[in-house]
Design a protein around this ligand. Structure first.
Ligand code: Z5A
Length: 214
């Protein structure tokens, strides 16, 4: 019996309001048209337990959340997500399109909170073994643009209450990772109108499809 090739692991990253949810729907449509089996999922979250951890993680609270607590919460959710959803899907030949993954930890807990990259990398290795994204699509836009796009939403969650400099540090951290891991990163200018963003995305999706067919 011929085994399915392993699915591709595609992660979507970027700061708040850059259009991750909007464009994940576009990626899903393109994969469907190409007859590729896929699932959409997100972090923190993606399983009932991991979604409970997400709620703990994002709920505003009066108690200060220690940096290491925040870090361990995202990795606890990730461990569950990998074991129950991501690994079984990839092994079955299904593509996994994930709204944020460990690069968000390097950007937010690393760039934003100041936790060392070495500490995050040691948890990454421990929780993920060899699992790394095949492609990471970074939607990048100035912080003010993303903030403006989501400004009409209701109450802010715990992370959205952070200050401007925190988000600038997160963005810089993403751009540094993109420069460092050019093999898997593709950066899209998310400040363009949606039509141009999706034109750029289409070219990247074609590249991912031809890579998977090799
Ligand atoms: N977090 C962390 O700290 N560490 C970790 O390891 C992980 C996560 C995994 C999860 O939030 C939070 O957890 C996040 C990081 C942290 N905290 N923050 N802040 P999330 O990922 O669930 O939510 P988010 O980042 O806040 O995403 P979002 O606000 O939902 O934004 P989005 O999905 O990128 O954008 P959107 O909803 O697709 O678009 C926003 C609006 O803009 C919408 O009205 C669109 O119609 C519009 N839009 C989109 N694109 C365009 C263009 N090109 N032009 C004009 N308008 C547009």
């Amino acid at each position: 019996m011929v085994e399915n090739p392993r699915g591709q692991f595609v992660t979507i990253e970027g700061c708040e309001g850059v259009g991750k949810s909007t464009n994940i729907a576009f990626i899903a449509e393109s994969l469907k048209k190409a007859d590729i089996p896929y699932i959409l999922t997100r972090e923190p979250g993606g399983t009932p337990l991991a979604e409970d951890i997400r709620n703990l993680f994002l709920s505003p609270r009066s108690e200060r959340v220690a940096e290491n607590t925040e870090l361990l919460l995202v990795f606890a959710a990730r461990a569950q997500h990998i074991a129950e959803v991501i690994e079984p899907a990839l092994a079955a030949g299904t593509w996994v399109v994930c709204d944020r993954f460990t690069d968000a930890t390097f950007a937010y807990q690393g760039g934003g909170r100041g936790i060392s990259a070495a500490k995050i990398a040691s948890l990454e290795q421990w929780v993920q073994d060899d699992l790394r994204p095949d492609f990471t699509l970074l939607l990048d836009a100035p912080i003010a643009i993303g903030m403006d796009r989501v400004s009409k939403r209701g109450e802010l969650d715990r992370m959205e209450r952070e200050h401007q400099q925190f988000f600038e540090n997160v963005r810089n951290s993403y751009l540094e990772m993109a420069a460092q891991h050019g093999d898997r990163y593709r950066v899209i200018d998310a400040s363009q109108n949606l039509c141009d963003v999706q034109k750029a995305l289409s070219a990247i999706i074609s590249e991912m499809l031809s890579h998977a067919n090799r």
